[in-house]
Design a protein around this ligand. Structure first.
Ligand code: KIV
Ligand code: NA
Length: 259
């Protein structure tokens, strides 16, 4: 946490990626990613749900355990699922404690600004670092009316108020999702804690992407804010097809694979 704070002061940007298992967490640590997020986006990319709303702590916690083992030097942050913190600070602390004890996470993340400031304050006072998440918050997709940019026009004031509220409540960092680049830059300069952007322009202190989007592993259309840095999906499909073909043809296993 201190380290991320120092990087902000020094103007050094860093990258965060999601991870949901041991093997990819290892690769991302080897690649020099300092912060991994076990996102509730696991709802989409691990469990195949349409939104992040249905995923539960019981579904997410085992994934956290794998990531922590795979990346022993990274800071592992985990999302608190929808419905596991909104009813009040006590519920939020109980859930965060489960993720720390059962998942061995290093920090938790939850969605919302002013409306969850009390939750953030109690969790941090218990010694659990909190990353906040404002702007477009996918768990509220049903009230936000779909995937849309937040903080445009008059809504900018609320976004700034949310950013200040989470910092004052004790969050060590804040994700800003789908926020106009200029507003995100303004918030980044106003806050002392690092901002992590996703669809929030290049003035944020850090960036985050879902790894499957980043690596070209997701099928279909991706959001405007995604850049594909690889074609892992094509690679994997090709490898699986080649394996299946060699098995059908009796080419694999060859003598050197046999005992
Ligand atoms: O769940 C997730 O993957 C996230 C980020 C992409 C910020 O919350
Ligand atoms: Na999330």
């Amino acid at each position: 946490m201190h380290h991320l704070q120092e990087m902000k002061s020094a103007g050094e940007k860093w990258a965060m990626l999601t991870a949901y298992d041991y093997s990819t967490a290892r690769l991302f640590e080897e690649a020099g990613i300092p912060v991994l997020l076990v996102g509730d986006s696991a709802a989409n990319v691990v469990y195949g749900y349409d939104t992040t709303v249905p995923i539960t702590a019981d579904e997410l916690i085992p994934l956290v355990r794998g990531v922590v083992r795979g990346a022993p030097h990274a800071l592992v942050v985990t999302d608190l699922p929808f419905g596991s913190y909104e009813s009040g600070p006590q519920q939020a602390l109980a859930t965060a404690t489960r993720f720390m004890k059962e998942g061995q996470a290093h920090a938790v993340k939850l969605e919302g600004g002013e409306r969850v400031a009390e939750q953030i304050a109690l969790i941090t006072s218990a010694g659990i670092p909190v990353m906040a998440h404002i702007g477009f918050t996918p768990q509220s997709v049903n009230t936000l009316g779909g995937f849309r940019v937040q903080g445009r026009g008059d809504a900018a004031e609320q976004l700034i108020a949310d950013a200040i509220a989470v910092q004052e409540a004790g969050a060590f960092s804040v994700v800003m999702e789908m926020v106009p680049a200029e507003l995100a830059g303004q918030v980044t300069r106003k806050l002392t804690i690092p901002t992590v952007g996703i669809g929030a322009g290049h003035d944020c202190d850090a960036q985050v992407l879902v790894w499957q989007d980043m690596a070209g592993y997701t099928s279909g259309k991706t959001a405007r804010f995604v850049k594909r840095f690889g074609a892992v999906g094509d690679e994997l499909r090709t490898a699986a097809a080649a394996y299946a073909a060699e098995v059908r043809q009796g080419v694999f296993p060859a003598p050197e694979h046999s005992f």
